[in-house]
Design a protein around this ligand. Sequence first.
Ligand SMILES: Nc1ncnc2c1ncn2[C@@H]1O[C@H](COP(=O)(O)OP(=O)(O)OP(=O)(O)O)[C@@H](O)[C@H]1O
Length: 541
Amino acid sequence: MRFLDLAATSAAVTATSGRKAKVDLLAAALRGLGIDEISIGAAYLSGELRQRQTGVGYAGLRDLPPPAPEPTLDLVEVDAAIEELAEVAGAGSQARRRALLAALFARATADEQRMLVGLFSGELRQGAQAGLLADAVARAAEVPLPLVRRALLMAGDLRAVAVAALTGGAVALGEFTLRVGRPLAPMLAQSAGSVDEALAATGSPAVVDVKLDGIRIQVHRSGGDIAVFTRSLDDITVRVPEVVAAVRALPARELVLDGEAIALDAAGRPRPFQETASRAATRGARRQAAGAARAAVVASAGTAGTAPTGDGVAAPDPVGATRLTPYFFDLLHLDGADLLDAPGRERWSALAATVGPALVVGRVEVDTAEEAATAFAAAVDAGQEGVVVKAPEAPYDAGRRGAAWVKVKPRHTLDLVVLAVEWGSGRRRGWLSNLHLGARDPETGGFVMLGKTFKGLTDELLRWQTERFLELAVERGEWVVRVRPEQVVEIAFDGVQTSSRYPGGVALRFARVVRYRADKSAAEADTIDAVRAIHAGRPSQ
Ligand SMILES: Nc1ncnc2c1ncn2[C@@H]1O[C@H](COP(=O)(O)OP(=O)(O)OP(=O)(O)O)[C@@H](O)[C@H]1O
């Protein structure tokens, strides 16, 4: 396929507002791809390059050569040129990279150049696009959408799924099953303002789990090989040897466990979240592609105290003063048996029998709202973040945010995306301070602004965010710096009010920063629908 045709599709998708029309455009483009172009085309249509690192940043995209008058590039050529660029290393690499980039851009027409800039800068990478593309793959391959979604959750890799669907149809998609060692998208929770609301969503009886404010861990064990993945499927095995050691001691050969790792003080109460988070420090860690993740489980993880690096050299002890304790709340695989579709109660019995009472989260079964309220109060008194109310019989819905898990915290929080930042004044002069906050709009793939805040920012956060947002800057005005919508921030607020000031018609009351979320991408931020649900007093997605 000509690169120009793909660029035209991408531009048309952006310019079209209806979801169905977008999916139609994407499906038509997918159908037009040759076998060796599917992986490349699927990546470009979701706004990504196939190469994770190219060494080309914003600065490298200035001063490009004038566009070519006629289109000559095809997809495979563009991908090969970028591959060559990505492989440049060693002395003189910057100049060589610049020359290769200039050569590629000189062959591209104006529309093609725009597409290339979007791909290199990451501006085309929008969460909703990946969702649309799953629909488009189903349409183009004429297979049921749930099959594509399921394969995607198991593989975590849209390109592989697109290739399978378009070349082997439903049969090939069926081969993406749970594989020990390959991380799968974790099940997510809806959010409610009270335990009553949560119970209304799950039904009674329900189980009420303590919600630990640590880091989500998905632990895969195959014999002596153990790998630990975060919520965003980053491999953090070498960073958490104490988790590896705990799982190594369990009496099972093959396991996939879901849980939370948390730092506790001597009295068993949670230490501040930042301490736990610093141990995982996933920012910059690369998301594991399916293949790399498989390799990770093969590279046997170390025992507590030392952390072998990839080449077998012992790295300094990552545990330091902050020891993490794992607590598990789900079991997805046990010694050859997949448990994803088994009822929650069965998964819990198998989990408790395998890991023992010391390593499971606190859970009680409740029949009434009063019992649930008591469990909630006990969790909060113990210094925990809240509870997750769960429907006891529900299957494990990988990657879904259904009504079977509903979290309740004593205060509202949302994970929003920073759209722009204002320069501070007075004591904050010279620092980027007031954040413009946006919720994700799954319909358009864009973001809807909900308000601004500069509250809750420590000096350390101000320093960090000034550096971070200058990195993400796309337009530097005198007062406001517009940024690429990539940084997720957790915001606490007192309520949602109707507002004529902001485009979504709603605004947050007393928004303040809780923390930056390095473990979430903008595609996973909360949606405008979730904000509207809070406004209307319903559990939200
Ligand atoms: N007992 C538990 N059961 C399920 N999830 C739990 C439990 N304890 C802590 N958690 C954490 O709560 C999260 C559930 O909320 P959600 O799926 O919305 O993810 P999230 O957006 O990361 O949530 P949050 O920011 O509230 O932690 C899980 O990702 C997990 O990390």
